[in-house]
Design a protein around this ligand. Sequence first.
Ligand code: PLP
Length: 388
Amino acid sequence: MQYKLSKRSQIIKGQSEIRAMTLACTARGGINLSQGVCDTETPIPVLAGAKEAIDRGDNNYTRLDGIDELRIAVAQKEKAYKGIDVDPHNEVVITNGATGALYNAVMTLLDPGDEVVVFEPYYGYHVATFLTAGININYVRMEAPDWDFKKEDVINSITDKTKAIMINTPSNPCGKVFSEEELLFLGEIAEKNSLYIFSDEIYEYFVYDGLQHISPASLKSLKERTIIIGGFSKTFSVTGWRVGYVIAPSEITPLLGQFNDLVYICPPAPLQHGVTVGLNTLGKQHYSKLRDDHFELREIFCSTLLKVGMTPYIPNGAYYVLSDISSLPGENCKDKVMRFLDKTGVAGVPGYSFYHDNSGDNLVRFCFAKEKHIIEEACNRIEMAFKK
Ligand code: PLP
């Protein structure tokens, strides 16, 4: 039988590179630095909180905006960490991961034919979420090594159909941490053109080099147009739990909640309790340890890349590094990354996965959120292979 697939399913097909590299890596018994799965152990209070919730019988649907305790804990965190006043009862919706949060925001605020500004290199799910919803994307290039962008590129990317600017700070895949000056500039543009700012802050605690994570919602009057997208996958190493949140003006949140309800009903109830316990009991040292541990991993891994001539663009945040593969043998980007996997046993993601054109062809992305001994082993393998 001939299956006639939707146009949007053709868009999704292109997003499978990371999973494909994972399969290729497994087949070769390699070290998988392609997928953004954090190896750090889940904090015990988070696990205990979820187990206790199951045993207590908290196993049913929750409210469509999530449990009170978690919304309150999220609002407290936003105030303490970013200085943002958030009303937990009207401005927070607990969602199925940051992924669900963006999806709900797109469904609530955008229509097919609308346009969104996306900085590239980008996170593929952002782009796929927009494209499958019929939203057109105007790309603004961030250039290595500092991943700066030109103000005029942003200005020129706005048309009368543009409805939002998507930012990801700290960013996957390049680790850019947007500065206050950049955010104020984007805020000015957003205000002038009545745009929303979608701000994916899932890596909010992974910031290095003395920089600070800043949310646009904490600046001037930008909170009223900022949709914060966040989650616990990275902070508590629970990528499979699917608990995140969206923070938005109270006029919007009821509908955001209804879209979450429509697709998922709610994030798993006991897991909402688990992350609540984490937020309420883990002290500052949990977050500073996350930062310090990943900083150390960054240093170890990037020094190996440098040694073998694959210039790393040192990330200021998140836990990925884009590295230059122009000196590697191979016919094209995919071929180079596959040969690198064959030669070293270490898998990365071909750079074109993060660009809408061929600008990423000389790049590979590695994820360094692994246990230290795994990163050391990966470094060892790379250095040995390049010695031969
Ligand atoms: N946003 C960014 C920028 C990511 O890199 C990822 C995961 O890699 C996600 C969102 C996914 O978050 P969640 O697991 O909460 O859906």
